[in-house]
Design a protein around this ligand. Structure first.
Ligand SMILES: O=P(O)(O)OC[C@H]1O[C@H](OP(=O)(O)OP(=O)(O)O)[C@H](O)[C@@H]1O
Ligand code: HPA
Length: 184
């Protein structure tokens, strides 16, 4: 996790309302995504998660997409993206998503009852997005085999456990202190 940790330490921090938001290639796709870091992160996810019994990888738009794509290429498991816009396809499941700086809906398509899924996302912070994804997948009747987020900050992991009972694996935990990213 050398590259992930080193690059996190030098991430710029911006304000989104009252939220101190770090900007990093894995969580934002800027300033530039080095394929080495994507490979480092995907390899680490494959080491810590069991993909043996997984039919589908599920992620959320937007920054889960490069992760899900990379994992799909490594594992040959297809993926589906929970989109921020409605398609009105048959069986589409809408769910309300709230983060530390935004509110909106996510829409789940492409998952059927009994699907064994692994959820992947770039960041867990308040846990709002993850709780929303879990609710939608439960409504669809999916079996959640694992959940992984690359970067953890705040109390999101604990919130998800409390609200849904699921454990979220994370690769690195950070905090933002005095406008800087600190590795915990
Ligand atoms: O734990 P939370 O407080 O919910 O924060 C985590 C979510 O925030 C970001 O998504 P965002 O909705 O900002 O979309 P993006 O991927 O387009 O940046 C990130 O990709 C996670 O999905
Ligand atoms: O601080 C952050 N940076 C990038 N993505 C995020 N998603 C939630 N919080 C953050």
């Amino acid at each position: 996790m050398k590259m992930l940790i080193e690059t996190l330490k030098s991430s710029p921090v911006i304000k989104r309302g009252d939220y101190h938001y770090f900007v990093h290639p894995i969580s934002d796709g800027i300033p530039l995504v080095d394929p080495h870091i994507l490979r480092e992160v995907a390899t680490c996810i494959i080491e810590v998660c069991d993909f043996e019994d997984v039919d589908k990888i599920v992620t959320a738009e937007a920054m889960g997409i490069p992760l899900a794509t990379t994992l799909s290429l490594y594992t040959d498991i297809p993926y589906v993206i929970m989109r921020k816009r409605r398609y009105n396809l048959k069986g589409e499941i809408p769910v309300y998503q709230e983060t530390g700086y935004s509110k909106g809906n996510l829409y789940l398509n492409g998952i059927k009852k009994g699907d064994k899924v692994l959820i992947v996302d770039d960041v867990i912070s308040t846990g709002g997005t993850m709780v929303a994804m879990i609710k939608a997948l439960e409504k669809a009747g999916a079996e959640i085999k694992g959940i992984v987020c690359v970067i953890e900050r705040g109390k999101g992991r604990e919130e998800v456990k409390e609200k849904t009972g699921y454990d979220v694996k994370t690769l690195v935990k950070v905090d933002v202190v005095d406008g800087k990213v600190v590795i915990l």
